[in-house]
Design a protein around this ligand. Structure first.
Ligand SMILES: C[S@@+](CC[C@H](N)C(=O)[O-])C[C@H]1O[C@@H](n2cnc3c(N)ncnc32)[C@H](O)[C@@H]1O
Length: 339
């Protein structure tokens, strides 16, 4: 007769299951190693040292990590910390932890890494992102906090996006749009940016998440109702015809107010959008910004005033879906045309 030992999953209690889920969510999107719930883990390890294997299973051995791994440095730091916490319990060493570390130490580093963001449905959005915040002369190759904030807000305000034609300005690697396409069933979603490398990585990310683009044979695999496209759109040179063709009902952007030099062109393109879409004054525009430099943010608001756009700060929201710095100040402005 086979002796069936219970797996660590089977003997997990509710607190351990929640901790495993939190570690999974935080690890897959590469939340800073220092800000993971190590204290809570230490407590669980004193009760059951083999719980470290359940954490290993949900992180390094997770199928998403196996297929689309976070950066080598991140995995190395994470495993070193996990091993350290386990060693502190004084229990027998766990071979699986050391084998996982050896595998990571023997792997080659790459400039591109993957981050997977867990949605409330259990689905994942997996993006290839660069390790450096600024690379190839752009800020667009990583996901910024306001993108996560706006995506959370979209999930909570599904009706604004459902069955609508959405245009996203300065999409970067595509987090917000992919969350909206997976969670809010828009009719059409156009991602846009001005940077060639960003557009290329964005396109790959869209396909990586099971979507096809509108020029491809059948519209989407993931959600056949949504038509997705990627377009090169530079706020400096966007033409009336280009904006008319996009014909958006809803326009969104995140973390694009970071440099006083682009505030003017961004505000101008927003104003043009009110004039050159069929939705006209009914166009809904939402801009999410992390307020890092209050002066730049004030400049954006006064530029909007001068351009003839009215802005209203939307009420703050709970940030409980994605893992990111909850202390950073992020605001969403809803814009309308001054009449
Ligand atoms: C800080 S990143 C934010 C990316 C993404 N929205 C996010 O929040 O993760 C700013 C983005 O705006 C784009 N951008 C900057 N100037 C632009 C312009 N004149 N026209 C179009 N996109 C622009 C950049 O290429 C970059 O992808």
């Amino acid at each position: 007769m086979d002796l069936q030992l219970p797996s660590s999953d089977q003997v997990m209690d509710a607190a351990q299951a929640t901790l495993c889920d939190t570690f999974q969510r935080d690890f897959l999107c590469c939340r800073r190693v220092g800000s993971l719930l190590w204290k809570e883990l230490e407590h669980q390890l004193t009760l059951q040292p083999s719980f470290a294997l359940s954490i290993l299973q949900k992180t390094i051995n997770h199928p998403a990590c196996q297929k689309y791994p976070p950066s080598l440095q991140y995995r190395r730091l994470f495993l070193s910390e996990l091993i350290k916490k386990h060693e502190r319990t004084g229990a027998e060493p766990l071979d699986d932890l050391y084998s996982a570390l050896a595998e990571v130490l023997n792997s080659e580093d790459t400039a591109v890494c993957y981050k997977s963001y867990c949605l409330p449905t259990g689905d994942l959005v997996t993006l290839s992102e660069n390790v450096a915040i600024i690379s190839e002369g752009t800020t667009g190759l990583v996901t910024w906090e306001a993108a996560l904030f706006l995506a959370e807000w979209a999930i909570e305000n599904n009706d604004i996006f459902n069955n609508r034609t959405i245009l996203e300005l300065g999409s970067g690697v595509g987090l917000t749009g992919l969350v909206i396409c997976k969670s809010c069933s828009p009719k059409k979603y156009t991602f846009s940016d001005c940077h060639q490398k960003v557009l290329q990585q964005l396109t790959e990310n869209i396909r990586r998440n099971g979507f096809l683009l509108s020029e491809e044979p059948s519209v989407t695999r993931e959600n056949p109702k949504t038509v997705l496209s990627v377009t090169e759109l530079d706020w400096e040179s966007a033409t009336e015809q280009q904006l008319l063709n996009l014909d958006a009902d809803v326009v969104i952007a995140s973390d694009v107010v970071y440099d006083p030099e682009i505030v003017t062109s961004f505000s101008k393109v927003l104003k043009k959008l009110f004039h050159y879409t069929r939705a006209g004054t009914n166009l809904q525009v939402f801009v999410a910004s992390t307020i890092r430099n209050p002066e730049t943010y004030r400049l954006f608001q006064t530029t909007l005033d001068d351009t003839g756009l009215r802005w209203q700060v939307l009420p703050d929201q709970k940030r409980n879906i994605f893992a990111y710095d909850k202390n950073c100040t992020v605001q969403i402005l809803k814009l309308t045309l001054k009449v």
